[in-house]
Structures are given as C-alpha cells and as structure tokens.
Design a protein around this ligand. Structure first.
Ligand code: GRF
Length: 198
C-alpha cells in the first residue's frame, strides 16, 4: 500500500506537528513528507529535523502585504514533495482563496475552540468572558472562509473555576494532541465521519 504524503505547516513550537508525525507509523495510511514554516525561528523545525522529516522555511516578512507573492513561494515545497494532504498545525497566517483552492478537500486545520464559536484569535479569553462551562478544539477542512470548513472532529474540556486563558489553553492543547492524530488517520483512510471526544 502506498502511503498518503502529509505536509505540515507550522509557525511556532509545533507540538501538534510532533504528535501528528509521531502518530504516522505502522499501519497508519499516511507518512509525513514535509514540515514547512513561515518563521525561521519556529521551534518545531528542529523537532522535525530530529525526526528525519524534510523541513523548509518561507519567511512571510519580506513579502509585506503581498499575500499572493508569499503563497507563490510557500506552495513550492508542498508541490515539490508531492504532498497529498496538508495539515495546518499552529500555522498563524491567513491563507487566500488562491492558496486554499489548490488543496480543496485535502487541507486540515486545528482551531482552539468549539467551532463555530470563537473563530479567529484569543479563543480562550473569549470563552472565559462568555462564562462558558465547556470549551475545546476543532479539526476542520480548510475552505476559503477563515475557520469555517466542514468539521472533522471536536474534543471538549471543562472550564473550571479560577481558569485563566493560559490554564484553559493548556487543557485544550492536551486535547488537540489527541484529536488531530485521530482525525488525520481517519481522513487519510478516506473517512470523513466526524470524531467527538469529551
Ligand atoms: C496552540 O495555541 C494551538 O491551540 C493552536 O496553535 C498553537 C500552537 O500550537 N493550534 P503548536 O504547539 O505550534 O502545535
């Protein structure tokens, strides 16, 4: 059986990337082919290299506001490695329709909220401000609208008395590390049935 090839895009420490890479073993239908970052200082790049995964960096800063020019460079290593699936994992750049449409139906993202609640940033603070008792994370297919595609999985956590955004983020991140590998394995096998973890 030939494995699906997975490119993972990161901007920071890459803890989600590490759990995805470490999950793709044995009879898992996919294997990592690339870890790509928009930041030269992304801590995840070293972790990927330590795991023998090809890495690349396309720094977004030289391109200023020209998103299309940045994405024209960003897409090159993804195409060169022949990725079948693209996983955004702590990737902090908004992607244009032009980029997203090249991977329609085969690009995933993990977002730290129970979508459709709290699209965008500062999700944990917003959940606390709203007085939510439940919070969590979502893996979804990436479509042109930000944080809006079909949900492939969600994991819930309780909001506890005295929670700060940092405490809540750490509790959610633990669940991200469970959810994303589970969703990717199912997705790579061609199964889009949503996964719910509570
Ligand atoms: C985390 O806040 C996570 O919720 C979101 O991206 C951030 C960094 O994740 N998905 P990672 O450790 O770089 O995977």
């Amino acid at each position: 059986m030939s494995h699906k090839k997975v490119a993972i895009l990161i901007s920071g420490g890459g803890s989600n990337m590490v759990t995805l890479v470490d999950s793709m073993t044995g009879d898992h239908p996919a294997r990592p082919c690339l870890v790509l970052s928009n930041r030269t200082d992304a801590g995840g790049l070293k972790k990927a290299a330590e795991r023998g995964i090809a890495t690349a960096v396309v720094d977004h800063r030289p391109f200023g506001k020209d998103r299309e020019a940045f994405e024209t460079e960003l897409v090159k290593p993804i195409l060169e490695t022949g990725a079948d699936i693209v996983c955004l994992a702590g990737f902090m750049r908004v992607l244009t329709v032009g980029f997203v449409s090249q991977f329609e139906g085969r690009m995933l993202n993990i977002h730290p909220s129970l979508l459709p609640k709290y699209k965008g940033l500062h999700t944990h603070a917003r959940a606390l401000e709203a007085g939510d008792t439940r919070h969590g994370c979502t893996v979804h297919e990436v479509t042109p609208l930000l944080d809006d595609g079909p949900v492939l999985g969600q994991a819930e956590v309780p909001v506890l008395a005295g929670d700060t955004p940092e405490l809540l983020a750490a509790r959610v991140l633990e669940q991200e590390h469970r959810l994303y590998p589970a969703v990717l394995q199912r997705f790579a096998a061609g199964d889009r049935t949503p996964i719910h973890m509570s």
